[in-house]
Design a binder for this molecule. Structure first.
Ligand code: SF4
Length: 426
């Protein structure tokens, strides 16, 4: 998490939130008798089955590594190794003892999942389907990058049941795309978007980044306008952060690039916050905007501290306060599964204080904030009973407001959400 500003690009996936550093323990293993009586489906490590059920699959391969990228992703190895990874992933899913009905969301993220062949993606989907049944209206998302999309692949994805495509555009400015080290240009991004529409995707999200070195307000305004003109159902706008180990961080240290100033970055945030609603997009989370009825249900589950299971290198799972994360190195992940070992690298049991903090941390990211009574019935206490002095200070300073039984950030607070949220850290 960075010093300030809205959700950063590298925090875009709920499973990567630093407040939710997941890690931990072996997978759920069975349902006990008590749960059957109560109607809840308790697994060894908590229940999974009430409320929203979500899966995450991680594909760590990309065509090349973007210069700013701090995700768990690497340039794609040879075809054989990718196949080995897919087999390990299938095995991970297969060996997990699940009895899950009514899965509501699944998310293939990365990396670039569309780098896999249609057959590999099909095998992964059918491995999941053998373990769980999906709701008819399930939101099944795949992340895609423009350079990996063909009309055949997109049609195949639709046939396999993917209902949502998250397209990594980042910018429509070819100069900025080059600086970022993206392997596509704006023409390819727009062509990929149109191909997806033609293939029948009715729910498309575009990712944009702002606060880039050398980016002007005019360029950012143009990016926002072009994105809105294309008319996707969802737009994510992330501020760039300098992650350890990235080329950008090294370049900044060498003085080869100058980071965007904090004031300019705040103005860019405000522009998105003000402009996108005029183009029909509701601002519903610090970095996310959608047309009515098209909020990303998968991410909403993360932000509401829901349960989810993750498969793949570095993927995390959370069930009722237990979190665990697979080893992040994809080779180690493959070796562990091939040799019958657990892929889990880290696990933890959250204390009630941590869970309380995380519910606040994530809940405040939602533009509508948190319903006080609902929060109390779920977590046992009102949000503002946790570190009351921080709530008092932030509301006195005009960053947090209480209205209609809810607590939320003001526009001023949203601009520096990360900085403010760090005040709540245990
Ligand atoms: S395409 Fe995405 S995951 Fe892959 S290197 Fe670029 S930013 Fe990272």
């Amino acid at each position: 998490m960075t010093r300030k500003g809205p959700l950063s690009y590298t925090q875009k996936q709920g499973h990567n939130f630093s407040a939710c550093r997941q890690g931990r323990k072996r997978r759920p293993q069975g349902i006990d008798a008590r749960s059957r009586r109560s109607g809840k489906r308790f697994l060894k490590f908590g229940y999974f089955g009430d409320g929203m059920n979500s899966f995450y699959l991680h594909i760590p391969f990309c065509l090349s590594k973007c210069r700013y990228c701090g995700f768990n992703s690497v340039p794609a190895p040879g075809a054989e190794e990718i196949e080995r990874y897919c087999r390990a992933l299938e095995r991970d899913i297969r060996e997990t003892k699940l009895e899950i009905r009514n899965v509501e969301t699944a998310y293939f993220g990365g990396g670039t999942p569309t780098l896999l062949s249609a057959g590999q993606i099909e095998n992964l989907i059918s491995a999941l389907e053998k373990k769980a049944s999906f709701e008819k209206s399930a939101e099944i998302t795949i992340e895609a990058n423009p350079e990996t999309m063909t009309s055949e692949k997109l049609s195949h994805l639709r046939t396999l049941g993917f209902s949502r495509l998250s397209l990594g555009v980042q910018s429509f400015d070819d100069g900025l795309l080059k600086i970022l080290g993206r392997p596509h240009d704006s023409g390819q991004a727009m062509a990929a978007y149109r191909l997806a529409r033609r293939a029948g995707f009715e729910n498309i999200g575009l990712d944009l980044i702002y606060g880039l070195p050398g980016q002007s307000m005019k360029q950012w305004e143009r990016d926002l306008r072009r994105a809105a003109e294309l008319g996707p159902e969802h737009i994510s706008a992330y501020s760039l952060t300098y992650e350890p180990g990235t080329e950008f961080t090294a370049w900044r240290e060498q003085g080869w690039i100058e980071p965007c100033g904090e004031d300019l970055e705040a103005e860019m945030f405000l522009l998105a916050h003000q402009y996108l609603p005029t183009a029909g997009y509701q601002h519903y989370e610090v970095s996310n905007f959608s047309r009515p009825g098209h909020r990303c249900r998968h991410n909403l589950n993360y932000w509401r501290c829901g349960d989810y299971l993750g498969f793949g290198a570095g993927a995390s799972s959370h069930i009722e306060g237990r979190r665990w994360t697979n080893v992040s190195d994809w080779r180690e992940y493959v070796i562990r599964l091939e040799s019958g070992q657990s892929p889990i690298g880290f696990s933890e049991e959250l204390s009630s204080g941590q869970r309380w903090f995380e519910a606040i941390f994530l809940g405040l990211r939602m533009i509508e904030g948190m319903a006080i009574e609902e929060f109390k019935s779920r977590w046992g206490q009102r949000p503002d009973e946790y570190k009351p002095e921080v709530w008092e200070k932030l509301s006195k300073e005009g960053y947090i407001i209480s209205r209609q039984g809810r607590l939320c950030f003001t526009s001023q607070g949203l601009m520096i959400a990360d900085l403010l949220l760090s005040n709540f850290a245990p």
